[in-house]
Design a binder for this molecule. Sequence first.
Ligand SMILES: O=C(O)CCC(=O)C(=O)O
Ligand SMILES: [Fe+2]
Length: 539
Amino acid sequence: MASLPVPSVQAMVAAIGIDHVPPRYLRPTDADEPVASDGGEAEIPVVDFWRLQLGDGDELARLHIACQDWGFFQLVNHNVPEDVVEGMKASIKGFFELPAETKKQVVQEPGQLEGYGQLFVVSEDQKLDWADILYVKTQPLQDRNLRFWPDQPAGFRMALDRYCAAVKITADGLLAAMATNLGVESEVIAERWVGGVQSAMVAAIGIDHVPPRYLRPTDADEPVASDGGEAEIPVVDFWRLQLGDGDELARLHIACQDWGFFQLVNHNVPEDVVEGMKASIKGFFELPAETKKQVVQEPGQLEGYGQLFVVSEDQKLDWADILYVKTQPLQDRNLRFWPDQPAGFRMALDRYCAAVKITADGLLAAMATNLGVEPEVIAERCVGGVQSVRVQYYPPCGQADKVVGISPHSDADLVTILLQANEVDGLQIRRGGAWLPVRPLEGALIVNVGDILQVFTNGRYKSVEHRVVVDGKKERLSMATFHSPSKNAIVGPLSEMVEHEDDAAYTSMNHDELLKLFFAKKLEGKNFLNPIKKLKNSG
Ligand SMILES: O=C(O)CCC(=O)C(=O)O
Ligand SMILES: [Fe+2]
């Protein structure tokens, strides 16, 4: 049923003043219900979000009472950055100050809830509320109807996008804390320890003795672009993309087409979320080996703490320890492998992944625009999409130039968002016959095109091989967040990207099937696509 049209209260007040109130708004009996006097009843409880995040028992108890006895509370230290809140407030004020004609551009349509208007009006004699509203959907992304997102005042959409993303992280954090209060989260303690983990070995024998399985002088010998030579990878500004800035979209397009790698600034992942994640990563790898063992990989499984796929006894090994867990879809989370130490690790991971996913979805939508594809075409294949994270610890190595931190590979996903978690560089991308070192800008995230995006775009966007080299003195920490279509999506060139059937460089295959084939092999170059690569296009 549609809401019946009623006038804007704001316009009415502007026209006839605040003293003349039409009878449809008057309801003296409702207004007569008693209101607690100032001196009487206490205020609603105040809850401190930071303390909840820290697992503070008193604060959790306060939250529990607030939910049980009040149903309402005030939240302080809520982690929504002040500039995000202020930006939202200013945009709201600016919107309602616009001329009526401008606001009408996003007015509710018959039969729809979204847009500018009033709360649902169902009958001609219904009493009316003394308010105008603007109602829009913000998540999931594919439900966003930008038709009803005001594009005035300037920056409204970006302010809303940032505010909603931040508030969602807070809501998720609150729900997690409530779950804890309700005794809902269960944990199983791990029991098994498979040997060979890097940091334990380094701790035991020092960084100067490197077992032969890690040495590969030929790989390490490949040329590295010298500082004066090749340019740095492109820098893309996420805010500008969100604003639909044509120059920025063009920059993104070139980055995806010619580079496969770029740095993302103004990425909308709140700084405290990034810092919290970095601190948790550092804290995890500093834990005693015994504690880390609680989340160690199990035979035949990819998740947990350990090393990248080791498939044979004579395979050369990477100089790194990793922690790999699935984060989306929610039902695939296996908390058995989510460290519960250091305190707050899970919360930090949950918040970081939620925020990064919003950024990844935004990037995919911008890429779709650049490719002339409706954003829904990619978004639909990503409903219930897969997100996983790999955290890497690269110990220093006394023969740093003869080992490899991560072997050359491309990522088997759509887009990877990489966080260098400390100040030690090491990532290199293959470009023009040499390895080009990546130096992250302060606060930037590194984004790269994955194999599946290469397939979707029929090779217009290319995944690029990259590797990590190790430092002689300092450890390096990083975290890759992988974003892929849903497991039942078809991985194959999008029809919009293929003019004639013969132009398709790949066949199509179910995403899950392709992954199963992939994980049977070791990480090596760009072999993920082999099962669907068409022979005539090989290379
Ligand atoms: O540690 C890095 O910088 C890169 C890691 C990486 O390429 C990966 O996890 O796929
Ligand atoms: Fe990678």
